[in-house]
Design a protein around this ligand. Structure first.
Ligand SMILES: [Zn+2]
Ligand SMILES: [Zn+2]
Ligand SMILES: [Zn+2]
Length: 295
């Protein structure tokens, strides 16, 4: 009987021989090996020494996957079920006939695109899932009408109507959903101006009170409101922002107010006030001059 050649500790490809593990029916020596991938496997001497076996099988699986020849029949990748391999190739990779489980369309993709997660649904389903449908939904003062073909990054631009002013604007779908956009730009600007205006007016009122003037705000004469009324001086004060373009409508409103003040026998003074550094001081100076001249 031949003495068994001891392979213990030797390396064959990915396999390291651990110990002898008996013989097979043909009395060939079997060796227990560990594979570099961590698996344990049993291999006969000749397979090791001839180079026929170099791994637990992981090497073949990797090569097959690389070549795209791995059998993936009936496996499911995302929404795609691999039905059968075809004779078609893409860059020498086998193209598989697949079923899109979302819409039941047949599509053709390579096994590697399935396995690496590139393809998880058919094109039509992918296009649909990229657009979150916001049609007819309202976000603040914006109502989404329809998605457009324009994109901002990967974001769909939606055609929206601003419910405040009726203008049609394009807004990022993501900005609608996260609450960043709730009105059109010009309405937003107006709102900011109004906030600035009311802050400016409050500052002027505070300054006048500090100086001891008795006053009321938003005094109504007929159908108009006046910003400030100095009770002891019968003086109406309108506090206007310099950045406001006076439209024809605003001009005629101003004229109307002037006449209304005259009708009631009050003096009307307009001061510029955007709550800028000197605005309040200039306004106070102007008010005091007017009062002096008047008294
Ligand atoms: Zn292995
Ligand atoms: Zn589909
Ligand atoms: Zn608007």
């Amino acid at each position: 009987m031949n003495k068994v050649k001891d392979l213990t500790g030797r390396q064959f490809g990915r396999l390291t021989v651990i110990k002898q593990a008996g013989t097979d029916r043909q009395h060939r020596t079997i060796w227990q090996c560990t594979c570099a991938c961590g698996n344990t496997t049993k291999v006969i001497s000749n397979s090791l020494t001839s180079g026929a076996t170099k791994s637990c099988g992981c090497l073949q699986r990797e090569m097959a996957a690389k070549a795209g020849t791995l059998d993936i029949t009936n496996q499911i990748f995302g929404n795609l079920k691999a039905l059968e391999s075809t004779n078609k190739r893409s860059h020498r990779k086998i193209i598989w006939k697949c079923l899109c489980l979302k819409c039941n369309q047949l599509i053709f993709v390579t096994a590697s695109d399935l396995r690496n997660g590139h393809s998880t649904q058919c094109r039509a389903c992918r296009a649909k899932s990229n657009i979150v449908d916001l049609t007819n939904q309202t976000f603040g003062n914006l109502k989404a009408i329809k998605p457009t073909n324009s994109r901002s990054g990967s974001n769909v631009m939606w055609e929206c109507v601003c419910l405040k002013c009726g203008s049609v604007v394009l807004v990022r779908g993501s900005n609608l959903r996260n609450g960043n956009s709730t009105q059109c730009k010009s309405c937003r600007l107006k709102e900011l101006q109004q906030i600035t205006r009311s802050k400016a007016e409050t500052a002027l009122v505070t300054a006048l009170k500090t100086l001891g003037y008795r006053l009321t705000t938003q005094l109504q004469l007929e159908n108009r409101y006046f910003d400030i009324f100095l009770i002891d001086h019968q003086l109406l004060i309108e506090s206007d922002g310099r950045y406001w373009h006076r439209t024809d409508e605003q001009k005629s409103n101003d004229e109307y107010k002037t006449k209304l003040a005259q009708k009631y026998g009050y003096q009307l003074l307009r001061v510029v006030n955007d709550n800028k550094s000197n605005d309040i001081q200039n306004a106070i100076t102007k008010i005091q001059k007017t009062i002096k001249a008047y008294d």
